[in-house]
Design a protein around this ligand. Sequence first.
Ligand SMILES: Cc1cc2nc3c(=O)[nH]c(=O)nc-3n(C[C@H](O)[C@H](O)[C@H](O)COP(=O)(O)OP(=O)(O)OC[C@H]3O[C@@H](n4cnc5c(N)ncnc54)[C@H](O)[C@@H]3O)c2cc1C
Length: 438
Amino acid sequence: MIAIVGGGIAGLAAARRLRANGREVTVYEAGGDEALGGLARTYPTGGDDVEQFYHHLSKSEEEIVELAEELGVGDRLEWLVGKNAYYVDGVVHPLDTAWQILAYPHMSVYDKFRLGMLTLEIDVRGGVPAFDTYDDLADFEDVPIKQFLLDHTTRGVYENFFEPLLDAKFGSRRDDVSAAWLLGRVKFRGERDLLRGEILGYFDGGFAPVIDALVDDVGSAHIETNARVTGLDTDDGAVSSITVSQDGETRTEAVDDVVVATMPNVLEDLTGYVCDIDFQGAVCAVATMNEPLTDTYWLNIAHDAPFGALIEHTNFVPPERYGGDHLLYVASYVQSDDEWLATADDAAVEERWLGHVADMFPEFDRDAVSEFRVARAPRAAPIYERGYLDLVVPYDLADEVADGVYYAGMASEAQYPERSLNGGVVAGYECADRILDD
Ligand SMILES: Cc1cc2nc3c(=O)[nH]c(=O)nc-3n(C[C@H](O)[C@H](O)[C@H](O)COP(=O)(O)OP(=O)(O)OC[C@H]3O[C@@H](n4cnc5c(N)ncnc54)[C@H](O)[C@@H]3O)c2cc1C
């Protein structure tokens, strides 16, 4: 039997591929049925369920689209415009179309030209355009992101465009991030319609129909929930059994292979394999409102706010799908366990965050918010620091741990340069294929 530790998308994708090839598989998920899907888990609303943590797809992500098609839910995928804007000094500046970018007052025309060239991957330093400077990301793996941006664009681009974004994404760790990560993100970025804005994918009904179809495909007989894997034993250099705690009882299951599809700290607990990647946590709230706050989907904030971004989901997917309610994500990453956000209770987070929203938007009416649900993930995203690719956990841990031990979690290579559901599918498949090859 092949044991899969974790019922997120990576574990479920691995299980699907192994089952499709006739292997006996059991997925062990520590949480209840509602935890299947992991970080893509959802809340009920007045209509469709909505993800607890904001999710969308980029045009460059193909495996999850193929998976949805195979599962019979591909026709639910919609490519929608996700409007972006920047909040500076009390003003929301839309930044979607070429005209809006030209009209943005906080960068000079030359800054915009240099930013545009970088996003087109054209190196214009020295006056003669070079088209291959950014081809090999390895060249930039050890280059600090700030130094890179100052060298390859302008101080104005760094300070007025990238610095607030990096602050929101990596907080106090922003200076540790590598230029290779930024260039990887530029390549990863999907499609931008210069007349309308960024094109992002979302399923009619959200990601729940995809996860549900995947769970059905794997089969409930092959998935155990409330089943935490707490131990892994080896015999003669190969994995032999796992320990499972379920419903207050602990038992041992003999296994041929194990795919660990969780954060790397679980891999370390089970096998002793130490992954040196630092993770940041996330606190993400969904405010249910009876009116919209803005007309933007993704609002970046260029000042010291207690949250990183305001993501108004119902400016991306129509509110009619949620019983007419407007849904606003208020979200922040957490870098350390002792910062205020890591320890504040939900009521305190609501008070501080909505209070700040009211400061930013004087017309915002607190009574418009009928519900404020807070989700927390202690490990939500890696810090893509310099030398990151040397730290990723290999899919096959035969040399590092024991034969038959595989890793498909967020510290795998598929989750670079951005962790995503698509990356989870790829990591699950990579492990499954290695098991099938063996
Ligand atoms: C704030 C935020 C925003 C995001 N936005 C996007 C986005 O827009 N687009 C996108 O594609 N992706 C997005 N992601 C990333 C995406 O959610 C993840 O990359 C993906 O869900 C990871 O899947 P996974 O299966 O590797 O891990 P997880 O989803 O973390 O699943 C791991 C599972 O393992 C279980 N588990 C842990 N320990 C054990 C154990 N000992 N025994 C058994 N089970 C265990 C956990 O309960 C969990 O269900 C976002 C994530 C966050 C946090």
